[in-house]
Ligand binder design. Sequence first.
Ligand code: HEC
Length: 155
Amino acid sequence: MRKVAYFAVGIAMTGLLATATLASGQPETTSPIKARQEAMKTVKEHFVPLVKMVKGAAPFDAATVKKNAEVITRKLEEASKLFPEGSDTGKTRARPEIWLLEDEFQTLFKTAIAKAKALARVNEASQLAPAVMELGGKGCKACHEKFRTAKDKKM
Ligand code: HEC
């Protein structure tokens, strides 16, 4: 009887461990560095067409603006959670300041997300340029200047 009980506990523990591994999100092999870089890449892919619209290289299209701005919003939200302690080394351009000035870094994410949400509400061509500039300047650029290393300095 006792043996059976131990066995059952063993099984239960194994189950718990497996659940814990799953609940922690990614298996050990998926690095947060890779994941946030992928998220940022998707942000860029959805931002570039809107910059083209501003430049007149593509016609204004409110539906595309909304759709792309929504993807940008979602991916920035995702990226903001992919800078855990200890993910400052390896193939990353994240500066160590991110973990020293965490509040400031997260505030910049919040600002960028708010700007992306505002961009999603643009429905007239005349509103596009200012909204894109706000996101690009106070969002992407502000954060990259302070918290991302220059391209040649791959650490
Ligand atoms: C709050 C900070 C922050 C904001 C806002 C932000 N980024 Fe980034 N971005 C980073 C950091 C930090 C990295 C470097 C990540 C790494 O290498 O680990 C990065 C990396 C990137 C990369 C390179 C990804 C790769 O393949 O390595 C692109 C492209 C990018 N960002 C585009 C954008 C665009 C476009 C916006 C605005 C719409 C934006 N980012 C907003 C912090 C930010």
